[in-house]
Design a protein around this ligand. Structure first.
Ligand code: SF4
Length: 280
């Protein structure tokens, strides 16, 4: 059996950057906190916590302390509240997410209504909509476009969550264009996501089975799984070697492997090693 690993499998630039910032902070004097998970991967978060950075789910008053902002970013409200409560903020927001924040603020000032294509409850989307006081429209699916609201919009600025499925985003934008006379679309799907999605549109066709590695709360891993499973029914999404069933690989000659942007290299290596051991 051949094991074919996607060139783009694993950490993206934004995740590496956030983890570098976190690792430097472990040497900082005083308490360091992170609001939620720094990236969407349980193993990575546990390692960060072990290194001394405390995960908190809510901001509370501190006398002093550093607050590390995750790769997905945070709302303006959360940043203001953190400063008020006494935290020194160190921002590990991915520059590509920062760019989306800048676009929505600039376009809002110019009078455009902001439309975000993304998962409503995802941290990144919450951070994007939280750049503005005004309510933004979030569209998470082509079948959930609120046409009655869209029809009332004259000027619209459309951005996408950085890890969205590019084909779905373009389809949604095409529909919106029919209703909004002045629509500016900024394709804010980040380069690492596009590269991963380009690879996953061909790999499942060239392999008998696909293993997608990543945390179940990772949005970009979910997209890889969705695209792959449409092309190849023998697609499985796992977060660790323990989840793999040897029966999946029965009769398989080529197995393709890819991994989400927050999946650590050692998880990928462990799984590859395990797959080799099943067949040996
Ligand atoms: S997936 Fe893209 S936007 Fe998200 S952290 Fe990685 S590079 Fe940045």
């Amino acid at each position: 059996m051949r094991i074919n690993i996607a060139k783009s499998a694993g950490f993206c630039f934004g995740v590496k950057r956030a983890l570098d910032i976190a690792s430097k902070l472990t040497k900082a004097a005083g308490s360091v906190y992170m609001l939620g998970d720094i990236v969407h991967n349980e193993d990575v978060s546990k390692r960060i916590e072990k290194s001394g950075i405390k995960k908190i789910n809510r901001l509370k008053k501190v006398n002093s302390g550093i607050l590390l902002i995750r790769a997905h970013g945070a709302s303006q409200g959360a940043l203001r509240k953190a400063s008020r409560l006494g935290y020194q903020i160190i921002d590990a927001t991915c520059p590509m997410v920062k760019e989306i924040h800048k676009i929505v603020k600039d376009m809002h000032k110019k009078g455009y209504k902001i439309i975000v294509i993304g998962d409503k409850d995802h941290d990144e989307v919450q951070g994007i909509v939280g750049q503005l006081k005004e309510k933004t429209l979030v569209i998470d699916n082509i079948s959930h476009i609120p046409l009655a609201k869209v029809k009332k919009i004259k000027l619209a600025c459309v951005v996408a969550q950085s890890t969205q499925n590019s084909k779905n985003v373009l389809k949604i934008v095409d529909i919106l264009k029919n209703y909004v006379s002045d629509l500016k679309f900024f394709n804010t799907i980040c380069r690492p996501t596009r590269t991963k999605q380009e690879e996953i549109r061909s790999m499942p066709l060239k392999n008998d089975a696909m293993i997608i590695i990543g945390s179940k709360n990772s949005a970009n891993t979910k997209r890889l799984y969705e695209i792959s499973s449409l092309l190849n029914k023998k697609t499985w999404w796992v977060n660790s070697r323990e989840e793999i069933k040897p029966s999946w690989l029965k009769g398989v000659r080529d197995v393709g492997i890819t991994a989400g942007a927050s999946t650590p290299e050692d998880t990928i290596k462990n799984i590859v090693k395990y797959i080799r051991s099943i067949r040996s």
